[in-house]
Design a protein around this ligand. Sequence first.
Ligand SMILES: CC(=O)N[C@H]1[C@@H](OP(=O)(O)OP(=O)(O)OC[C@H]2O[C@@H](n3ccc(=O)[nH]c3=O)[C@H](O)[C@@H]2O)O[C@H](CO)[C@@H](O)[C@@H]1O[C@H](C)C(=O)N[C@@H](C)C(=O)N[C@H](CCC(=O)O)C(=O)O
Ligand SMILES: Nc1ncnc2c1ncn2[C@@H]1O[C@H](COP(=O)(O)OP(=O)(O)OP(=O)(O)O)[C@@H](O)[C@H]1O
Length: 520
Amino acid sequence: MSPALLRPATSGVLLNDLTARLGAEVSSPEAASGVRVAGVSLDSRAVLEGDLYAALPGFNTHGAAFAGDAIRLGAVAVLTDPAGAARLSGVEVPVVVVAQPREVLGAVAAQVYGDPSARLTMVGVTGTNGKTTTAYLVESALRAHGRRTGLIGTVETRIGDERVESVRTTPEATDLHAILGVMVERGVDACVMEVSSHALSLHRVDGVVYDVALFTNLSQDHLDFHDSMDDYYRAKATLFTRARARAGVVCIDDAWGLRLASESEIPVTTLGTVGQRADWTVEAGDGGRFALRDAAGMRELGLVSHLPGTFNIANTALAALALLSLGLDETEVEAAMAVPPDVPGRMEVVAAGGAGGPRCIVDFAHTPDAVDAALAALRPSTTGRLIAVIGAGGDRDRGKRPGMGAAAARHADVVVVTDDNPRSEDAAEIRAAVMAGARQAVESGNATAQVVDGGPRSGAIAEAVAMAVVDASDGAVDTVVVLGKGHEKGQEIHGVKHPFDDRDALRAALSAATTTEDRR
Ligand SMILES: CC(=O)N[C@H]1[C@@H](OP(=O)(O)OP(=O)(O)OC[C@H]2O[C@@H](n3ccc(=O)[nH]c3=O)[C@H](O)[C@@H]2O)O[C@H](CO)[C@@H](O)[C@@H]1O[C@H](C)C(=O)N[C@@H](C)C(=O)N[C@H](CCC(=O)O)C(=O)O
Ligand SMILES: Nc1ncnc2c1ncn2[C@@H]1O[C@H](COP(=O)(O)OP(=O)(O)OP(=O)(O)O)[C@@H](O)[C@H]1O
């Protein structure tokens, strides 16, 4: 099932009540009288009987072009802008016209589905890297604390024990309020969700006020959508306004976090993990253990990061501060966070490594910063060579490709460049851009890695596994880390999603490598 089809069993309002609240014009007021709106959809292909179809102007086309399809599937009214309305004269259902329909959609969906977010404890996580990980950490800890939780993010939508694979990190407002409505019906009382910058720019979370909003970090990504880093920052910063959140927790390890803490409209608690002054700071110990202390020296929590990498200490500390902000005390937070979370495709260990073969890990790093952090995190625990398999997605921010290659070359001993989701682009050209960054790092003396073109993904993974060795003389074990696709179960090539899972590809390569060994 698609998250777009998750709908609460009971919902609906009279169209006239909706339009009165919007102060909107309706094409035929007499036809609107008595019409009951059961749901809202902005995609004609996902319309259900009784829906209001929101025909939005888009980047490619206008949703009004699909109103006929929506009505055939049972839409009882259309919400659109004046340009859309001009194309809809003569349609057989009432047409509601507002200047900017996307901007009212959150309020409309909240009204239709009974304002479910107001009945849930809402936690929103934003930032370039770490949203998924931090959201799972908060959700897992709330569950351990006895709350009935829901989760919405890049990997999945989770309602209690039910899991539905996600198509986006943050759903459209129409789907979001419906999903929250289902959560309320099923007894969920706390929802933790990732809030992408696209979602903030495109009004997808309008109508939700988060009890606490979290900021992880900001670095280059999505510059295909945002004009500049400043624009990207400003989109993220809107989560920290009174209309969207009551309180915030901001990691100030980078300059963007510092700026956000000083510009935020809502009260924020700051977290520093690299020795700077902050409301709460981290002192790292061994084995992922760390102390989280307040600036007054009055409060201290003893925590452990169950996931490798210093950045996961920051994610864990952020999650702990979210729980404090929600009213748990120090002892409750420590107990709730002692339970290891299960975060799919983030530093996921596919093979632990040892006498039988290399250590194999799948991670979702797909920005220069995340590649840097992920490989740096694996270096100390790698006793042999670090072999990184890396690519970059097509039809997305092209500027980050060389930086991803360079980051990989700085940390790994071998960089096998491969395809990510090429989408409509030429895969070899994307690989060339990643390789150019990696080779440039080597030529400029910043890296010593061997850089190879691994070609398509399964071949590249097999090549990396085949070159990995366990040194019988000193027991040194190579680590193969496959970056970029994490939990994903498909690879998008020219509009077709082919089944592909890095974890399965690694297992297949490991078993092929073992068979070859046996035959030798
Ligand atoms: C760049 C972007 O975010 N685009 C979003 C935008 O699409 P658009 O304006 O191009 O839509 P369009 O194709 O012009 O179509 C216009 C309207 O007609 C509708 N339509 C279109 C075809 C049809 O048959 N029927 C129909 O009703 C569309 O739903 C749309 O409302 O509005 C659409 C819905 O109105 C979104 O589905 C679409 O997200 C697309 C699918 C997308 O891939 N977005 C990604 C980039 C995204 O949002 N990513 C973030 C960030 C993840 C991260 O941090 O890594 C996320 O939250 O997932
Ligand atoms: N706090 C962090 N700082 C830097 N890198 C991080 C941090 N947390 C995670 N990472 C790296 O970034 C990758 C993506 O992490 P995660 O999926 O949690 O982020 P995300 O913000 O949800 O990304 P996306 O929105 O693209 O799904 C991880 O696989 C890891 O390599």
